[in-house]
Design a protein around this ligand. Sequence first.
Ligand SMILES: *Cc1c(COP(=O)(O)O)cnc(C)c1O
Length: 372
Amino acid sequence: MRQRPYNFSAGPAAMPEAVLQQAAAEMLDWHGSGMSVMEMSHRGKEFVSICEQAEADLRELLAVPPTFKILFMQGGGLAENAIVPMNLAARKPARLMDFIVTGAWSQKSAQEARKYGDATVAASGADTGFTTIPAPATWPLRDGLSYVHLCSNETIHGVEFHELPDLQALGCDAPLVIDFSSHVLSRPVDWSRVGLAFGGAQKNIGPAGVTLVVVREDLLGHALPVCPSAFDYRTVAEHASMYNTPPTYGIYMAGLTFQWLKAQREGALSGVAAMEARNLAKARLLYDCIDGSQLYVNRVDPACRSRMNIPFQLREERLNDAFLAQARAHGLLQLKGHKSVGGMRASLYNAMPLEGVQALVEFMRDFERHHA
Ligand SMILES: *Cc1c(COP(=O)(O)O)cnc(C)c1O
């Protein structure tokens, strides 16, 4: 079979080829059951085993402590922008929520939360065009907060927290909520600093539709009366993500990705540690190419450059269309940047092999030579 092109989409994004092949092989008959996973009752023993295995594998991969629940929900990242405040705002009667805005996604989160309480932007990178993250020590966090929200990897602006803030050390006892949609499983998570993490599956886990929520148990049980039962974290947790029909096929695909991740090795490292080493090497390769060129530029402060989503501009914008067309001809797909930022964006999620980034860098150097 001819090699598939390298797909740099920001999401829905490329999946590991081995996962797609396994899903194809099991499409008509899962493990001798005579059924496709799509055709199974979500309460039957076959699907319950798939779901339990997926949850256990995820817990192992991300070292999720037993004091956290793992929920498979629906609605994507944007729905969580409402579901989080519906569940957590009323932890305190004043419903105060502080947001750290480091790009388009955290901005959206702050806007949506205003429907459910006093959502305030405590700190923002807007004045530098979202090329920096304001230092946590300068965040004017309020007293009595229900929670603090940040987006740990901004998919559009290419800004990533390389260390999560320690709110307690900043004198804030509120839980930290992180939107980790676009770098989940690309690196370990320090759960001692997190109260709740959420993410849509379509960047680094599987097909769109599954929404992952990892929530500390003591944060359950504060939902506003207006919160739909199917979105009440406590209800979902009490029913092991089966209060209503979960996105069964998406959970199965996520489970296959988790098994693939567990089998990955980089030297002595495995699982998420191996992915982190590989992702660092991939990102370094592309940033070095951009920084060493006269044609390409990335303006994000190196201290907070994303390993997953790397936006870059061509200094001569008139070359954009030619760049994209020739990249496509070289088997390098979906490099067009987000419309709000322009230029290009390469997303280097877990499923992107080092060889894909090498091919991209080789093409970029070649393109620059021909257009110097
Ligand atoms: C893609 C993305 C979302 C949006 O997810 P939807 O599934 O489209 O609602 C939210 N947050 C981040 C950081 C994302 O990358």
